[in-house]
Ligand binder design. Structure first.
Ligand SMILES: Cc1cc2nc3c(=O)[nH]c(=O)nc-3n(C[C@H](O)[C@H](O)[C@H](O)COP(=O)(O)O)c2cc1C
Length: 219
């Protein structure tokens, strides 16, 4: 099937878009207002987009409390959501008024960050402390009047729970990060769902020097 995405007449009972752009990592964003009010909420229009330096992005549908705080302070933390904390993560998405701190609501501990003013989730396996780089408005088009905002953050500090560092590598299978699929579905990374492939290498004649077959060597 094909359909015009602006008209969005897909003929299906639910918009399939978010079930196709999968799995989306969850940026579990903590922030603080200028007056010191902490806030926490999950964003699955989220990803890492650069590594030298490290940049992350997330998309906010309109200006929610998270974005309002980030615009006030220029800082936020992106906590990594894992299977163990799935219920807490979900609870922190509750639509509560701006003055309400989702940390106690979700049964989580807000702990001080090292560089930025926003607190981080103490229980999280990892967290990226970020400084706001830019907020880019994404205007509504056609029948869609909702405006989104793309928030770009420079990662200035990274926390990792030492339990998940094994032989110098992140033990992703043990950490069990969760990701958003479509509808109400989620995915979880476990050792059973992971696989490794070598980056292929070719010589000047385009002949393979190294195939994709995994040789157990991290590069
Ligand atoms: C797993 C998950 C992912 C979400 N992703 C987004 C997202 O990418 N963008 C967005 O605007 N809202 C997203 N939401 C909804 C927000 O978390 C929700 O509106 C929340 O109340 C916003 O909180 P805030 O006003 O404190 O920022 C998501 C909710 C869940 C449960």
């Amino acid at each position: 099937m094909f359909y015009d995405a602006l008209e969005n007449k897909h003929g299906l009972p639910h918009d399939p878009f978010k079930a196709l752009a999968v799995p989306r990592p969850i940026g579990w964003i903590s922030s603080v207002s200028k007056s010191g009010q902490a806030n926490l909420a999950p964003y699955s229009f989220f990803n890492a987009v650069a590594e030298k330096p490290h940049y992350v992005v997330f998309g906010s549908a309109g200006i929610k409390d998270t974005l309002a705080n980030i615009e006030e302070t220029g800082e936020f933390v992106c906590n990594i959501a894992t299977y163990e904390l799935r219920e807490h993560m979900n609870m922190s998405s509750a639509a509560v008024p701006r003055g309400v701190d989702e940390f106690p609501l979700a049964g989580l501990t807000a702990t001080k960050s090292t560089i930025v003013s926003a607190p981080r989730v103490k229980e999280a396996a990892a967290a990226f402390e970020c400084k706001l780089h830019q907020v880019m408005p994404l205007p509504g088009v056609g029948r869609y009047r909702q405006s989104y905002h793309l928030v770009i953050g420079l990662v200035v500090g990274i926390h990792i729970d030492d339990r998940f560092i094994k032989d110098g590598l992140i033990d992703t299978g043990a950490m069990q990060p969760i990701a958003r699929l479509g509808y109400m579905d989620y995915a979880v990374v476990t050792p059973e769902t992971m696989f490794s492939i070598n980056r292929p290498e070719v010589d000047g004649n385009g002949q393979p020097v190294r195939s994709g077959a995994w040789d157990g060597k991290y590069r």
